[in-house]
Write a protein that binds this ligand. Structure first.
Ligand code: ADP
Length: 241
């Protein structure tokens, strides 16, 4: 579903991603963990086509996104990728139902189609009775579930979430995490979730650890290679002695 090859990214003189290779299969729920500044959000933004890498290739659902022009890219993002952020980012002047409908309307669905889809999603989230509430009339957990429904309205192949439960209490956290798994089981979406939450990382299908702009496995491989190189140099030195 997601194929990433050799992604690099710098901001000025700071190299934030140092050559990331990653394959994520359809229907996988993957967490990305690592210390602050490791490059997790930058990687997620690049996967989400919100930012461009300096080099490397990203194929999402069979499409090489680096080959799309700006208009096609924005259509692709709206149709194929759903985003969930730490703070719900719902529009305060619109109801829960309208907030969910907006990406569908942008994507070209008719008002009645968008409404039908948004109502079905609210129902799935157990929020049918909150349809006409505005964000400030919803609890934190409800707002975040509406944000997840909004991310799903165009049936995206991939959901990208950045600290999605970071603003929730432990009960709502747990409910949101379970929601991701039931969506994957029911709708087959692929989830990539940046998180500091160890409880979430523990239950995902795979945890990818990042450090200093690299995947931890690559950091370890590089360290092993360096150790091997220095010991083989040492051996060579001994041989010549
Ligand atoms: P993480 O999500 O692992 O905390 P980020 O991807 O947010 O890491 O950031 C990695 C590094 O890149 C940090 O040092 C951060 O300050 C820097 N960075 C991120 N975005 C920008 C930007 N738009 N401009 C300049 N520096 C940035």
């Amino acid at each position: 579903m997601i194929d990433i090859k050799g992604i690099t990214k710098s901001f000025g003189s700071l190299q934030v991603l140092k050559g990331i290779d990653l394959h994520i299969g359809k229907g996988e729920v993957v967490s990305i963990v690592g210390p602050s500044g490791a490059g997790k959000t930058t990687l997620l933004q690049i996967i989400g086509t919100l930012d461009k890498p300096d080099s490397g290739q990203i194929i999402i659902d069979g499409t090489d996104v680096s080959r799309l022009n700006r208009k096609k890219l924005s259509e692709f993002r709206n149709q194929r990728i759903g985003f969930v952020f730490q703070f719900h980012q719902l529009l305060p002047e619109f109801t829960a139902l309208e907030n969910i409908m907006i990406p569908a309307l942008i994507g070209g669905k008719s008002r009645s189609e968008a409404k039908k889809k948004a109502e079905a999603l609210l129902d799935f989230m157990g929020l049918a009775d909150r349809a006409k509430h505005k964000p400030n009339e919803l609890s934190g957990g409800e707002k975040q579930r509406v944000a997840v429904a909004r991310a799903l309205v165009n049936d995206p192949a991939v959901i990208l979430a950045d600290e999605p439960s970071g603003s929730l209490d432990s009960k709502n956290k747990e409910e949101l995490h379970q929601l991701f798994f039931s969506l994957r089981d029911k709708l087959g979406q692929t989830f990539v979730i940046v998180t500091h939450d160890e409880n979430l990382a523990k239950i995902t299908d795979r945890t990818i650890a990042m450090r200093d702009g690299m995947l931890e496995t690559d950091v370890n491989a590089a360290a092993d290679a360096a150790t091997a190189a220095s010991s083989s140099t040492a051996t060579t030195d001994n041989d010549t002695d």
